[in-house]
Write a protein that binds this ligand. Structure first.
Ligand code: NAD
Length: 478
């Protein structure tokens, strides 16, 4: 049991906050740490330190700035086991999933090392006789990242490495439910010898995030979390005249056609829905299956659900860890009950009495009504809801009826169907015979609809766009 610390102005700070929250080990239900709720004063200190570092950091050549990231990449690689263990302890996902998350974080640091190339501007001679024009990129200023609990290392790395490579100070508001991994990341950052104030870590809840967004010296806000919070953060940041990108929740459909390789599709669907205990914004929690193969698909997915080994993520052989909290588990259990009241069939019931930990077993609901509560709500637990449709057209209608638009995947052997799906699905990420269509760090990532508020997405080429502002210079030398 310990108190997690803020990291401000190049120093660790114990916050003597009257208001703290408990951090749980979800596999035991024990409290393992306390997280302080930083107030306006602590936020002001972090922004002040960032402001103090901004001028020197901006003047540091980009090629020198990324040297810190090359070293960070090496440190992350050396510490992969410690980082993965920390993620598993406070989040619950199984060790293999945590290792995968660390790798995805490293991919982003890798990508950000190439920032000097992307910072280059544009120059055109003789836009009029004897007049030249250039467009250069300059850092936007102090940037803030507000992140969710479900990828406590990877998601901060969607923003922090790019922001600092572009010459900006960056302040992270970690999730209050998984703050220890952020602390470990900042221990690595601390050992790099960055100028004080370039990176800061401020713990807290929504009130801390709001203080950061409202601070007049903060110029850009990157947010990832639930849709109501994403919408609120985007509106708040925009009303303060700040640049914002706010990624929200999701309801992702996996469409299974009659010509799909059914066993493989069921296996990918099970992994998509139950992996990370369903707590992924790219979880395929909704399968939309054509009638001709629906019974066989339900049977195959049910087999995967029944044979998934549930337990602590640290135990070898376990492939389904606990959910993040008792209240999250209760919420999902209530949604399963709501599905049954709406007429869905409970093919596999993962609800189980457990003495300790926040476990929910893999659950399969068949004949879910696409427009009902289970069909439209982000479940964020290890549950797959299966709906039946006549054909691809009916499946695309279900996909496009969702208010979200994060991901949709199609399983088929037919290129024409695949093209139609890619063309018509109203989502930001499409998978063809893929269960989790997560873009690599070199591509931009975000959803459409209620899954995203803003225009520039996370990582890939959009990162440099987001973390810089362009300036045009028109020159004549008579
Ligand atoms: P959450 O919205 O409860 O919290 C996310 C972060 O926002 C936390 O740091 C929290 O302190 C802060 N916060 C909450 N309300 C706020 C408000 N009104 N103003 C400012 N800050 C606020 O989300 P969570 O439960 O931690 O994460 C799960 C959600 O995140 C799911 O909906 C999931 O789909 C989504 N998510 C989306 C993506 C994506 O890329 N679209 C990725 C991961 C997770």
């Amino acid at each position: 049991m310990r108190d997690v610390r803020n990291y401000v102005d190049g120093k660790w700070r114990h916050i003597d906050s009257a208001h703290t929250l408990d951090v749980w080990d979800p596999s035991t239900g024990n409290v393992i740490a306390r997280v302080p709720i930083s107030d306006e004063y602590q936020v002001g200190e972090a922004v002040g330190a960032a402001a103090g570092s901004a001028s020197e950091w901006r003047r540091t050549p980009a090629s020198e700035r990324v040297q810190y990231l090359f070293r960070l990449k090496r440190l992350l690689e050396d510490q992969i086991e410690d980082l993965a263990r920390c993620i598993t302890i406070e989040h619950g996902k199984v060790l293999g999933e945590s290792r995968g998350e660390v790798r995805r974080a490293i991919d982003n640091v890798d990508m950000a090392c190439g920032t000097p190339v992307h910072l280059q501007g544009v120059f055109a001679e003789d836009i009029s006789a004897g007049i030249d024009e250039a467009m250069i990129r300059q850092p936007i200023g102090i940037c803030v990242g507000i992140v969710p609990f479900n990828f406590p290392l990877m998601i901060p790395c969607w923003f922090l490495p790019y922001a600092i490579a572009c010459g900006n100070p960056f302040i992270l508001k970690a999730s209050e439910r998984t703050p220890m991994t952020a602390e470990l990341l900042f221990e690595l950052l601390d050992s790099l010898g960055l100028p004080p104030g370039v990176v800061s870590l401020v713990h807290g809840d929504a009130s801390t995030a709001e203080s950061l967004i409202d601070h007049p010296d903060v110029r850009a806000v990157s947010f990832v979390g639930s849709t109501p919070a994403a919408r609120a953060v985007y509106a708040r940041a925009a009303s303060g005249g700040k640049r914002a990108q706010a990624q929200g929740g999701a309801k992702n459909s996996l469409v299974i056609l009659a010509d799909a390789k059914l066993e493989a599709a069921a296996s990918f669907a099970a992994e998509s829905a139950f992996g990370n205990a369903g707590q992924r914004c790219l979880a395929g929690g909704s399968a939309v299956v054509v009638d001709a193969v629906a019974d066989d698909f339900v049977e195959a997915v049910a087999h995967h659900a029944r044979t998934r080994v549930i337990g602590s993520g640290l135990t070898p052989g376990v492939d389904l860890g606990p959910m993040i909290s008792a209240s999250s588990r209760q919420r999902v259990e209530a949604l399963v009950e709501a599905g049954v009241s709406e007429g869905a069939q409970l093919v596999v019931d993962g609800r189980q009495p457990t003495e300790e930990g926040f476990f929910l077993g893999a659950t399969v609901l068949d004949s879910v009504k696409p427009a009902g509560i289970v069909g439209t709500t982000e479940l964020f637990g290890p549950v797959i809801g299966i709906s039946r449709v006549a054909d691809l057209g009916g499946a695309i209608e279900v996909v496009n009826a969702s208010s979200y638009g994060n991901m949709a995947c199609l399983f088929t052997s037919d290129g024409r169907s695949a093209r139609q799906f890619r063309y018509e699905a109203q989502v930001g990420n499409v998978g063809i015979n893929i269960g989790v269509a997560q873009p690599m760090a070199s591509f931009p990532f975000s959803g459409w609809g209620d899954s995203f508020f803003g225009d520039l997405h996370a990582h890939g080429p959009h990162a440099v766009e987001f973390f810089t502002q362009t300036k045009v210079v028109v020159e004549r030398w008579p």
